[in-house]
Design a protein around this ligand. Structure first.
Ligand code: 5GP
Ligand code: ZN
Length: 144
């Protein structure tokens, strides 16, 4: 894609601090460095988001995550854990529409990354869970 910033990074038109590259993915430092070592892993094929991957591409991209994550973690003894995040759609904070996976090293609970899952358990009963379950399961038929 000609006007895609990450395709330009893949092509070398825009420089990046690359930490890993092969025929399927490129991994490079996120410019924002939310925490030190914040890395993006992108497929070399331009796909917009998770909804547009096929199984083969997903298998190839996601298979590479453990070794990249291990290398990032091993790069700094202060890294205690890592959030691996993939945003899909503007509403989900996606700002670059070439799919990417964030590897965000975690140093402590008070470092500069935060994620806050609201717990709505108390608002749900069996019927509500089942209604959602059934609507998703019915759509899985279309995925076969
Ligand atoms: P999103 O918000 O779409 O999940 O994440 C996009 C990420 O791309 C952001 O964290 C942002 O810092 C990063 N980013 C945007 N432009 C560039 C760039 O030109 N180079 C690099 N290395 N990262 C970028
Ligand atoms: Zn692209």
């Amino acid at each position: 894609m000609t006007d895609c910033i990450f395709c330009k990074i893949i092509d070398g038109e825009i420089p990046s601090y690359t930490v890993y590259e092969d025929d399927v993915v490129k991994a490079f430092l996120d410019i924002s460095q939310t925490t030190p070592g914040h890395t993006l892993v992108i497929p070399k094929k331009h796909v917009q988001d998770m909804f547009t991957y096929d199984e083969d591409l997903a298998a190839a991209v996601f298979a590479r995550l453990p070794k990249i994550a291990r290398a990032v973690k091993a790069s700094n003894p202060d890294i205690k854990g890592m959030n691996i995040i993939n945003n899909n759609g503007e509403v989900a904070y996606q700002s670059v529409f070439h799919s990417h996976i964030h590897l965000v090293p975690r140093y402590s609970e008070d470092d500069e990354f935060a994620i806050d899952f609201t717990d709505n358990t108390e608002k749900y009963d069996d019927a509500k869970y089942k209604a959602i379950q059934e609507s998703i399961v019915s759509k899985m038929e279309d995925e076969k």
